[in-house]
Design a protein around this ligand. Structure first.
Ligand code: B12
Length: 246
C-alpha cells in the first residue's frame, strides 16, 4: 500500500495525538484555545485528553483528533544509509589493512552547548544501546574535547591530532544555534586545510535534518538514535574510499 493515513482506534481512522504548551493558566478557556489551535492545524474533530498547569501561566496539553491528510510512501525522501554496516572485527581489520595506521578522531560540543551525553555515547567506551563507543575499537585514536569548545580550539586540536575526522555534537537548537555553529565550523576547517587534507566533518544531534549536508558544508549528519557502530562504519567507508580515490 503506497498511500497511508494514521490510525488510533481503527485502521485508517486518521487519529493522531499531539502535545504542546500554551502561555496561559489552566482553565476552561485555555482548553478551548487548545482545541481551536488543533482545529487550525487540521485536527477535526479534536479533543483535549490531558491538560496540566506548568508553572505560573503555562499549560501543557495532549490533544487527540482526526486528520484527513494522506501520505504517499513513494514520495517520501530520507537520507538512506549508503555504506555497509560493519562488525567491530571488520572495522578494525579494514582500518589496519587499508589505512595502515590508527584512524584519528577528534570530537566536541561546540559553541555554548554543554550537552555532552550524545557525543560521549558515540565516543566513550561505555557507548549506547548495547554498543561500545569508538574508544573501544583498537584501531581508533579518540580525543574527546568535551563541552563548549571554541571553533579555533577545535581546528587546532584537529591539526595537532592529525584528525581523519572531526565529530561535532549540537543539541541546543534555540535560534538555530546548531545551524549557525555548524556553518561556522565548516567554514573554519575549509579555510584552515587544503581540500585534500581537510578532515571529514561529521555533525550529530537530535534535531538535525540529515539531508542538509550540502547546505551546512559537512560530509555527514547523524540524528536521533545514532549508534557508535553506524558512525565507525561510515568513517571506515568514507576514509578508505577517499584513500582509494587519491
Ligand atoms: C541531559 C540534559 C541536559 C544536561 C546536559 C548534561 C550533559 N553533560 O550532557 C544539563 C542539565 C546540563 C542541561 C542543560 C541545559 N539544557 Co538540556 N537537556 C537534557 C536532556 C534532558 C537530555 C539530553 C540527552 O542527554 N539525551 C540523550 C543523548 C544520548 O541523546 P542525543 O543528545 O540526541 O544524542 C544522540 C543522537 O542525537 C546522536 N548524536 C548526538 N550528538 C552527536 C554527534 C555526532 C558526531 C554523532 C555522529 C551523533 C550524535 O547520537 C546520540 C546517541 O544516539 C534534553 C531533553 C531530552 N529529553 O532530550 C534537554 C534539552 C536538550 N536541554 C535543553 C535546554 C534548553 C537546556 C538549557 C538551555 C536549560 C537552561 N535554561 O539552563 C541548558 C543548556 C546548557 C548548555 N550550555 O548547553 C532543551 C533544548 C531545547 C532546544 N531546542 O534547544 C532540551 C531539548 C529540553 C527541553 N525540551 O527544553 N541539559
Amino acid at each position: 500500500m503506497s498511500v497511508i493515513r494514521p490510525y488510533g482506534d481503527t485502521t485508517g481512522d486518521g487519529m493522531v495525538q499531539l502535545s504542546f504548551t500554551l502561555p496561559v493558566p489552566h482553565d476552561k478557556r485555555a482548553e478551548g484555545a487548545a482545541v481551536q489551535l488543533a482545529a487550525k492545524m487540521g485536527l477535526d474533530p479534536a479533543t483535549v485528553v490531558h491538560a496540566k498547569a506548568m508553572g505560573d501561566g503555562f499549560t501543557f496539553f495532549v490533544v487527540y483528533g482526526r486528520v484527513h491528510h494522506l501520505v504517499d510512501m513513494n514520495q517520501v525522501v530520507v537520507a538512506e544509509r549508503d555504506f555497509p554496516l560493519l562488525g567491530s572485527k571488520e572495522i578494525n581489520t579494514t582500518i589496519r589493512s587499508r589505512l595502515r595506521r590508527k584512524l584519528s578522531v577528534v570530537g566536541a560540543c561546540i559553541g555554548t552547548d554543554a550537552h555532552t551525553v550524545g557525543i560521549d555515547a558515540i565516543l566513550n567506551v561505555k557507548g549506547i544501546a548495547g554498543e561500545k563507543g569508538l574508544e573501544y575499537y583498537r584501531e581508533f585514536k579518540v580525543v574527546n574535547l568535551g563541552a563548549q569548545v571554541t571553533i579555533p580550539d577545535l581546528v587546532e586540536q584537529a591539526r595537532t591530532e592529525k584528525a581523519d575526522a572531526v565529530l561535532v555534537s549540537q543539541v541546543v537548537t534555540q535560534r538555530d544555534a546548531h545551524l549557525h555553529n555548524t556553518r561556522a565550523m565548516s567554514a573554519a576547517f575549509r579555510e584552515a586545510f587544503p581540500a585534500e587534507r581537510r578532515p571529514l566533518l561529521v555533525v550529530g544531534g537530535p534535531r538535525f535534518d540529515e539531508l542538509a549536508t550540502t547546505e551546512l558544508g559537512v560530509d555527514r549528519i547523524f540524528g536521533r538514535g545514532t549508534t557508535p557502530r553506524e558512525v565507525a562504519s561510515y568513517l571506515v567507508h568514507s576514509l578508505t574510499s577517499r584513500k582509494a580515490a587519491a
